[in-house]
Design a protein around this ligand. Structure first.
Ligand code: NAD
Ligand code: USQ
Length: 407
């Protein structure tokens, strides 16, 4: 297949592009380097060094003999999206290219507006280009388990059968997301579902849990092929952060009571799930939802697992959560559809945690302790993290220009 990977310079997009290329697909990657810009803006850096996209692609060609096409541009630019699709002629578009940090979206108004414009407008431009050019293109969109929130009933895969006043219907599962970022994913889901209904395009929404891990078969082939590894308080995700905290002697930061429970998956399963979705496309007009995670754990359980596997001393602290979230709650989410397609999960075993700890150990001299603590407070409308006017390369002030740009 011709597979276009949007966000192909990111933590998940880059290893996915390599994986699909190695499987024999013709792969193109699209990115505007916004993620590298957020690092400059926040004054943080990936723990594992990464080289530039062009250098990555050249190295991949040398190592594998496979070419990857590169398209540098912004999905909020409709002409760019349209011309990229026209030139690459994808069978499948895998869409990772969004601002993906919940804390980043909660810094202040500018970052909330930036996140929602970037994510929602980019996705709208994409569905328009697909509808205009070729309605057979399969859109594989990265959503998030966080779209559902933490309801006090079982979470289904996208839809729930509801009987009300004696009548029954299959309806989209209710959404209670926990940040302006997670809300942007809900808005995307609604827009894509509508586009499938009106234009008959085909889409799979992968409601992914929190990804951990760093190495894949392909990224391990050369240091230039490494993907990023974030541990800071804004972009680092929980298990990756806990491993960095353990190896640097920083207390593990379990926010609040630690009963926050989330669906988790190994980065290797992200690649496998995306491949399964690509190889088993949705029907024309179908908006399909898969819950993409393999196990669920509470934050406290993850801290305990890391502490148990690390050979040195580890302390676990419970600072108040900077988020507005339930610290203890019911959590049971269905995740059978990808298993039915053949997913064989890589579970969170002791050896997986030890290998994560060893990546962190290897690069621990690069850790900036000042970047570890959380700095964004959900209850505040303007975090002290970024003062007015200091926004750098990451979040352009789209607040005032958004309507003009969209219009
Ligand atoms: P990432 O930030 O590392 O990668 C996203 C890439 O998209 C970046 O390289 C960025 O520069 C690019 N991008 C952003 N906006 C763009 C635009 N307007 N035009 C072109 N490129 C743009 O994030 P990631 O961790 O690789 O996550 C990828 C996707 O998976 C995201 O949509 C995220 O919401 C979703 N997801 C991630 C996780 C996780 O744990 N990392 C979990 C669930 C879902
Ligand atoms: N947490 C801690 N201590 C920390 C960091 C986080 O207790 O040091 C807690 C948070 O309060 C939260 C949970 O861990 O309850 C998860 O936080 P996270 O930062 O690992 O994950 P989240 O903000 O939900 O976002 C990440 C990705 C996002 C993706 C989402 C999947 O950044 O792109 O959509 O995971 S999900 O959580 O299923 O929505």
């Amino acid at each position: 297949m011709n597979i276009l990977v949007l966000g192909g310079d990111g933590y998940l997009g880059w290893p996915t592009a390599l994986y699909l290329s190695r499987k024999g697909h013709k792969v193109g990657v699209v990115d505007n380097f916004a993620r590298r810009g957020y690092d400059l803006e926040m004054g943080v850096d990936t723990l594992v060094p990464i080289v530039g996209l062009q250098q990555r692609v050249r190295r991949w060609q040398e190592v594998s003999g496979n070419e990857i096409d590169v398209f540098v541009g912004d999905l909020t630019d409709a002409d760019f999206v349209s011309s990229t699709l026209a030139s690459f002629e994808p069978d499948t578009v895998v869409h990772f290219a969004e601002q993906r940090s919940a804390p980043y979206s909660m810094i202040d108004r500018k970052h909330a507006v930036y996140t929602q414009v970037n994510n929602v407008v980019g996705t709208l431009n994409l569905v328009y280009a697909i509808a205009e050019q070729n309605r057979d293109i399969h859109l594989v969109k990265l959503g998030t388990m966080g779209e559902y929130g933490t309801p006090n009933i079982d979470i289904e895969e996208g839809y729930i059968e509801i009987t009300h006043q004696g009548r029954t219907d299959l309806l989209p599962y209710p959404k209670q997301p926990g940040s302006f970022y997670h809300l942007s994913k809900v808005h995307d889901s609604h827009n894509i579902m509508f586009a499938c209904r009106i234009w008959g395009i085909r889409a799979t929404d992968l409601n992914q849990g929190i990804v951990y891990g760093h190495e894949t078969e392909e990224t391990s082939l050369h240091p230039d092929l490494a993907t990023r590894f974030d541990y800071d308080g804004v972009f680092g995700t929980v298990l990756n952060r806990f491993c960095v905290q353990a190896v640097t002697g920083h207390p593990i930061t379990v926010y609040g009571a630690g009963g926050q429970t989330r669906g988790m998956l190994n980065i290797l399963d992200t690649l496998a799930c995306v491949e399964l979705a690509c190889e088993n496309p949705a029907e024309r007009g179908e908006f399909r939802v898969f819950n993409q995670f393999t196990e669920s754990f509470s934050v406290q359980q993850m801290a305990d697992m890391v502490a148990a596997e690390y050979s040195g001393p580890v302390t676990i602290e419970h600072p108040p959560t900077p988020r507005v979230e339930k610290e203890e709650h019911y959590y049971r989410a269905a995740h059978t559809k990808l298993l039915d397609l053949g997913l064989v999960p890589h579970l969170l075993t002791s050896s997986v945690i030890r290998s994560l700890l060893s990546v962190c150990e290897q690069h621990k001299d690069k850790v900036d302790p000042a970047a570890i603590l959380p700095t964004v407070d959900w209850r505040s409308t303007s975090s002290s993290l970024v003062t007015a006017g200091s926004h750098g390369a990451g979040a352009p002030d789209v607040g005032e220009s958004a309507s003009a740009e969209v219009g």
